[in-house]
Design a protein around this ligand. Structure first.
Ligand SMILES: [Zn+2]
Length: 302
């Protein structure tokens, strides 16, 4: 793994990582998961992006926290962090740079555009999109979803990210083998921020725009007949994404809606977004549905 990629994982906000791990952070402190803790003794140092428990002495950075909490090896922990946060990891060492240079490659759209012009869905992709997720084929076409198999025969769903002008700015590959790691892969330099921006060109004054967490909830929302965009994940909402949303809020005469995931990070994300989109309307998922995809599937149950 390249040095700059490890640094990206080390730079993920540590309190956000802790929350993804299920710890409840209040005023830079939480109950220590590594000893029988009654009063929060684990504290976070935001300036250094580290944690330390002053009772049992556990300490470290983001990767250490994941290794300890989930009992994972260093490599497993980095993969978990990358998957949870859509961080791009280069799995092979095809590009070698002197280790002291922080190198950020740019995205070569011309290499990928052709795949999305003539989408092809293999059996695994059709099973995932239509049998498991019950998505509307028109949505799958609109999103230019396609599929491929790598040299090891692993099937991947290939998800293009476009800007509002319709230019390809990034690609997300989703592993179609359930439970397999890595769950996602991104070509070099992919900008996978806000998803489905071209839908904004179809918005009519007064239309509702739904905001989902992740592309797959976005497909479910579109299949349910709503106009929707997706943001990557609660911990990865960047300042750039927030600025873009804030601009949309001032440009569009649109009402923003959201069904937050039924968990702590979901609600926290809603509150974060509400600061940028003050009129954001909260919808409650019914009990037993953890996200909108889940809820969408209940439309098909008798
Ligand atoms: Zn402790």
């Amino acid at each position: 793994m390249e040095k700059y990629e490890l640094q990206k994982l080390r730079d993920l906000p540590i309190e956000g990582v802790a929350e993804r791990l299920g710890l409840q952070v209040t005023r830079h402190k939480c109950l220590c998961p590594f000893h029988d803790d009654r009063h929060p003794s684990l504290s976070f140092k935001v300036s250094k992006n580290t944690f330390r428990c002053f009772v049992c002495g556990a300490s470290g950075g983001t990767i250490d926290l994941v290794m300890k909490c989930l009992n994972k090896s260093f490599l497993e922990a980095t993969r978990w962090l990358a998957d949870e946060n859509n961080v791009i990891l280069q799995t092979s060492a095809t590009t070698h740079h002197p280790s002291d240079i922080i190198h950020q490659p740019s995205f070569d759209a011309s290499r990928y555009e052709k795949y999305f012009e003539r989408p092809f869905l293999n059996d695994e992709a059709r099973r995932f999109l239509f049998d498991e997720r019950r998505l509307d084929p028109r949505v799958v076409r609109w999103c230019h979803l396609t599929s491929w198999k790598d040299r090891q025969g692993v099937p991947w769903l290939q998800i293009p990210y476009y800007n509002q002008e319709g230019q390809l700015v990034g690609v997300q590959n989703r592993n179609l083998i359930r439970g397999a790691l890595p769950r996602f892969r991104f070509p070099q330099g992919s900008q996978c921020g806000i998803y489905n921006l071209p839908v904004l060109n179809l918005l009519k004054p007064g239309d509702a725009l739904y905001i989902t967490e992740g592309s797959s909830d976005c497909w479910a929302m579109l299949s349910a007949g709503h106009k929707a965009i997706a943001i990557p994940s609660a911990t990865l909402l960047t300042r750039q994404d927030k600025e873009q949303l804030s601009t949309l809020n001032s440009q569009l005469s649109t009402e923003f809606h959201m069904y937050p995931d039924r968990d702590e990070p979901g609600e926290r994300l809603f509150l974060q977004l509400q600061r940028v989109l003050p009129s954001l309307v909260h919808h409650q998922l019914p009990p037993g549905c953890k996200d909108f995809s889940d809820y969408f599937l209940t439309f098909y149950r008798h």
